[in-house]
Design a protein around this ligand. Structure first.
Ligand SMILES: *Cc1c(COP(=O)(O)O)cnc(C)c1O
Length: 392
């Protein structure tokens, strides 16, 4: 079996491009040209120079000795938390803004939930002097005041969305509506491996620098370029896609995805899409999503805003349904415990999203010689209010 995307934009039966007529031309152009543009020498040179000097890549691969002792395997942490703006998201935004520039676009659109993708997008727009509009549910605008102020300071327009539950799904719909009204000059920067083809593949390829670096770093540390396990958290699935990319078809490597169980998989308050999802179309691709029997999207819940999404990228739907990847559902409480454990063992305060991946270590049975690489997708600064509230 092969787990790469096929030439029509499908991973197995998942993926494709289900889009409105008005955006047909934009998508056709992107589908036909994204690989060509990405592979141009000039593009590669500018992309990699920015990753090195602006983002701070390669991110370190750190052998976590005390954590290793605690879980009974040799655990390396891939430190995406050390990137500029505090997570893996900046890598994708750099790639997409360079793509937008090559296509002659002058205006950037993005949606954001907690504001992490909005801040990363506003950052690259400041860097490249591009007009930036970010749609954000009004509920999230209230909850994530600091990120809203950061986006504004960076020069972005933040538009609060008043429809639906006023969260990420509604912001995405609104951003899409804006794009339909301005298809000629506008580029939409999507924040994860979701949406219509070619976005899932384009984002996965930008983030694949993570597994490219892991290969070289493991070779240097261990004298072999592959681990026994790769572990990452999954919201839409971009940090996991980047972590897995160069190992997708290497069956020596077990792939583990930590998804958000919220208050529990069966509690009615979760975002465990792989466990609970059924097949359908969400935001332009065929995938797994949490929906009622008559196809209404079920509002997700997780303590972690970055994992609080009712769908999942089509790559991950295929990895899960084919059995290539193992999905482990982690509750809010388990993630919080893991955040504190990592902090005390290694002096690293992780994002609450990343803490879901750390918690998954406790649900796996390792042999002592196993080599595990776990991606710490982001830093915990943004989650300090949550951490303080739970552990007074
Ligand atoms: C946004 C975010 C995630 C979830 O997004 P993916 O596309 O699944 O990677 C995970 N961790 C952090 C720190 C984030 O900001």
């Amino acid at each position: 079996m092969n787990f790469d995307i096929d030439k029509n934009g499908y991973y197995g039966r998942f993926g494709g491009a289900y889009i409105p007529e008005i955006l047909q031309k934009n998508f056709e152009y992107l589908q036909e040209n994204y690989l060509k543009i990405m592979n141009e020498k000039d593009f590669q040179k500018e992309f990699h120079a920015l990753l090195k000097d602006y983002v701070g890549r390669p991110s370190p691969l750190y052998e976590a000795k005390r954590l290793s002792e605690a879980v009974g395997a040799k655990v390396y942490l891939k430190r995406e938390d050390l990137n500029h703006t505090g997570s893996h998201k900046i890598t994708n935004c750099i790639g997409q803004i360079l793509m937008a520039k090559r296509m002659g676009k002058t205006r950037i659109l993005a949606e954001t939930g907690a504001g992490q993708h909005g801040v990363a997008t506003a950052t690259v727009c400041a860097l490249m002097n591009m007009d930036c509009t970010v749609y954000m549910g009004e509920t999230d605008v209230k909850r994530q005041h600091l990120n809203v102020e950061k986006m504004k300071m960076l020069g972005a327009k933040v538009i609060p969305v008043m429809s639906g539950n006023r969260t990420l799904k509604d912001a995405t719909n609104e951003a899409f509506r804006d794009w339909c009204n301005h298809p000629a000059d506008t580029f939409y920067i999507i924040g994860s491996v979701v949406g219509a083809h070619p976005y899932p593949d384009m984002v996965a390829r930008f983030q694949s620098i993570i597994s490219q670096e892991i290969k070289a770093q493991l070779q240097a540390h261990e004298g072999r370029d592959y681990p026994d396990y790769l572990v990452a958290c999954v919201g839409g699935g971009s940090n996991a896609a980047g972590t897995f990319f160069h190992y997708l078809n290497d069956e020596r490597v077990k792939l583990v995805e930590a998804e958000a169980a919220g208050l529990g998989v069966d509690s009615g308050e979760s975002a465990a899409t792989i466990h609970l999802g059924t097949e359908g179309v969400l935001h332009g691709s065929r995938t797994l999503l949490m929906q009622t029997e008559d196809g209404q999207v079920i509002e997700p819940y997780s303590i972690s805003a970055g994992l609080d999404y009712p769908g999942i990228g089509p790559m991950h739907a295929n990895l899960a349904k084919s059995g290539r990847a193992e999905a482990i559902a982690i509750t809010d409480d388990e993630a919080l415990q893991a955040a504190f454990e990592l902090t005390r063992l290694e002096g690293i305060i992780p994002a609450i999203e990343s803490a879901h991946a750390v918690a998954a270590l406790r649900k796996l049975s390792f042999s002592p010689h196993d080599i595990v690489v776990l991606t710490v997708s982001g830093r915990g600064d943004k989650d300090m209010p949550t951490y303080l509230e739970k552990f007074k």
